[in-house]
Design a protein. Sequence first.
Length: 313
Amino acid sequence: MASTTPKLISDKNEMRNWSRSMRAQGKLIGFVPTMGFLHMGHLSLVSQARSLCDVVAVSIYVNPGQFAPSEDLSTYPSDFHGDLRKLASLPGGVDVVFHPHNLYDYGNNSGDAVVEEGGAAASCLESLGLGHESWVRVEKLEVGLCGKSRPHFFRGVATVVTKLFNIVEPDVAVFGKKDYQQWRVIQRMVRDLDFSIKVIGAEIARENDGLAMSSRNVRLSPEEREKALSINKSLLKAKSAAEDGQVHCDKLKNLVIQCITDAGGRIDYAEIVDQNNLRPVEQIKGPVVFCIAAWFGKVRLIDNMEINLSMDD
Ligand code: PAF
């Protein structure tokens, strides 16, 4: 049983040693990577890890590798002490919070603070001039959906998650299905690169009124928040239309786009894609997921809904 106050670790070697000593005691290690500013959605991932494993580590690290130079890394919200309180209040708590200062500081910087070329995929990491030059890419899954407007994003995520997996050495890692593409990218990476880690996709945690939980929700004004409810409402409508026999994706997409734009949202993308390869489909013939990104004021929200029709009739 974990003590309610998690052990805080910031050093990579100490983190690895902790995991190795747990494994030597025969304990199954669960892991939830986060960037902090935790909400109930994160806590549900931690509870799932807790239910599957003997010990649980949570990382809190805002990764410069997944922010574009145009995205403001320094204003990413944080509430470290609040996060610790929330984690400690969970039944069983968590065992370790891994909170590294800089995961890309290798202590031997050559001083070549050059802004390296990253092409379309350049991130804030290059501008730190730390000499990091190894990236993990999941070449096909990373390009569509959020990858279209954020070409730097998934290589940054896959790379930092690889680093975290190599440091924490978990048996089980839990990711939220709200970030559906991220979950699929990590699953594919784990399969392709033979990580010995079971990746769990946890169902989307929603507020009572259906809004998917997200750290960004606090930036919505009350009016924008009300308008943003159109995302879940329209996805539910599309799902039930599909269940009633409407399998033409154009029709389903129009329904959702109309509903969100009528409410005052601005669509970034509305795509119905195959659940496994995330390629757009024209007609629903198997398991698909309807993925949405939409702006409400200055806040970009993502959400999705899996549609699993029985194809027997
Ligand atoms: O989902 C997130 O919070 C981040 O993308 C992750 C997985 C912690 C990697 O930085």
